[in-house]
Write a protein that binds this ligand. Structure first.
Ligand code: FCB
Length: 495
């Protein structure tokens, strides 16, 4: 399993851990180098650059384009013990010593559970057309099984009603990593049964909220659970077991397919699809070795999830690399790929960074990084990944459900937050998305990660990803300069 070891060394968490050990601060990372296959194509937005002004309207998006912002339950809600909510793996993980930066947890987070009405007003003021949020499984089923908790459903019903009242379209993710701890105790995603529990939970949510939610996303970034949760152990549940990791990948894909079928079984007209973080994987040089290594890297990063859902088969090169005796290979039952490839209505793409792969399967950094050392700022990667999906998988409707960057934003004495680097980043990535649309990519909507500053998993609260600043001691919200800029983009329907 040579490639697995590489993945382990190169994934997002490992990179940040390495940079931290080396004493690197915000914006650390290798300086941008030029050359290589992508040279000359990047606009290379500088996180510290000054924006050149408001949107000029030169790049108009299709009428009705779904400008949005995204969040997830554990990262913003808080209210950890309220209204019958059970424990999730992230409660357990974040409370364990040494697992998160500063020992931060999501117990309070941005206190959205109590402040959702004010947050809805902020979304209305931004002019959002779409809001992507996630439903906390342990609020609906404290132990991951049995009758749904009505108080949990009621919270999301109030949220969804509030969105409709403000003319914002809800997009709900069913699983954004907060697995009920009781299911983890029963084996978690290594246990095939968890996929069936997920389908039951999804069914309960569809019956409770389905009439009001036009778009559903099944599993958020299965790959991050696989790599960060099971290869590196930097995310919950915190294991380091390559065999288990890819069995988990299969079960997450199975859970996705079962949830798609569960929605259809309710007779709902709602749309549904997966939310995948996809990374363009470029060879780091012109050698045949780098070309081959980049192809396999792409298999682990992208095709493992795309091929199974959209083509009904796992990529042969990845299965070969894992080996016929791998836990994953042995865990694939007859009919699973049919379930996994149940027709979807939309594919959600989350784009943050490219990878440049060397002949030995390692990676190099070619562009400036953000405060997150794993993130190289390369807007053309957005164009490349969107056009590639349409080219390789056909005209499946696309939505970008996450794109953004973290900064060490500060609230100045005059009450403003000047996050000009975020404006440059967003503008460049939106322009890349626009270019993909003009070349025929069926992209319907785009969501900034994130609406609010929030609990960034192992990084705790140090990284601020929001359009809206959260002053955690007071929970005061302050729209950053990027929020004001985004409001004008939405109003102009373009850049
Ligand atoms: C994605 C996650 C999201 C957030 C962003 C920065 O991988 O889906 O919750 O952490 O990264």
């Amino acid at each position: 399993m040579s490639m697995l070891t590489r993945q382990q060394l190169n994934s997002r968490a490992a990179l940040s851990a390495t940079a931290r050990a080396a004493g690197a601060g915000p914006h650390a990372g290798a300086p941008a180098t030029t050359g290589g296959p992508a040279a000359g194509r990047g606009t290379g937005s500088d996180p510290d650059a000054q924006p050149t002004g408001g949107p000029r309207g030169d790049l108009r998006f299709p009428t009705g384009f779904g400008w949005g912002a995204a969040t997830s339950a554990y990262q913003i809600e808080g209210g950890a013990k309220e209204d019958g909510r059970g424990e999730s793996v992230w409660d357990t993980f974040s409370r364990a010593p040494g697992r998160t930066r500063n020992g931060d947890t999501g117990d309070v987070a941005a206190d959205h559970y109590h402040r959702y009405a004010d947050d809805l007003d902020l979304m209305r003021d931004l002019g959002l057309r779409s809001y992507r949020f996630s439903i906390s499984w342990p609020r609906i089923q404290a132990d991951g099984t049995g009758a749904p908790n009505q108080r949990g459903l009621d919270f999301y019903r109030r949220l969804v009603d509030g969105l409709h009242e403000r003319g914002i379209s809800p997009m709900a993710t069913l699983f954004h990593w907060d697995l009920p701890q009781a299911l983890q105790d029963a084996g978690g995603w290594e246990n095939r049964d968890t996929a069936y529990r997920f389908a039951e939970y999804a069914d309960a949510v569809f019956r409770g909220l389905g009439d009001q939610v036009p778009a559903w996303l099944t599993i958020n970034e299965p790959k991050t659970v696989v790599q960060n949760g099971y290869l590196i152990g930097h995310h919950a549940p915190g294991f380091q077991n390559p065999q288990a990791a890819y069995l988990v990948a299969h079960h997450l894909q199975l859970a996705h397919g079962l949830a798609v079928r569960a929605l259809r079984a309710t007779g709902s007209t709602g749309r549904i699809g997966p939310a995948l973080n996809l990374h363009p994987c470029y060879p780091a040089d012109d050698s045949a070795e780098a070309g081959r290594a980049a192809h396999l890297y792409d298999g682990y990063e992208n095709r493992l999830y795309l091929d199974s859902i959209l083509k009904g088969s796992y990529p042969a090169d990845v299965l070969d690399d894992l080996g016929a005796d791998s836990w994953m290979a042995r865990g694939i039952a007859d009919g699973d790929l049919e379930t996994i490839s149940s027709p979807i209505d939309l594919l959600a793409v989350q784009y943050y960074t490219p990878y440049y792969v060397t002949g030995d399967g390692g990676t190099v950094t070619r562009w400036p990084t953000s405060q997150a050392d794993w993130q190289q700022i390369y807007p053309d990667g957005m164009y490349d990944i969107l056009t590639r999906i349409t080219r390789d998988y056909g005209p499946v409707p696309l939505t970008v459900t996450e794109n953004g960057l973290p900064q060490a934003d500060t609230l100045s004495a005059d009450g403003t937050v000047d996050d000009n680097g975020r404006i440059s980043f967003l503008r460049d990535h939106m322009a890349a998305a626009h270019r993909a649309i003009s070349e025929g990519v069926p992209l319907e909507s785009y969501h900034v990660w994130s609406l609010l500053d929030n609990f960034e998993w192992a990084e705790g609260y140090d990284q601020r990803w929001g359009l809206i600043y959260v002053d955690y001691p007071t929970q005061r919200r302050v729209p950053k300069r990027s929020a004001h800029w985004y409001r004008e983009v939405i109003r102009a329907n373009g850049l």
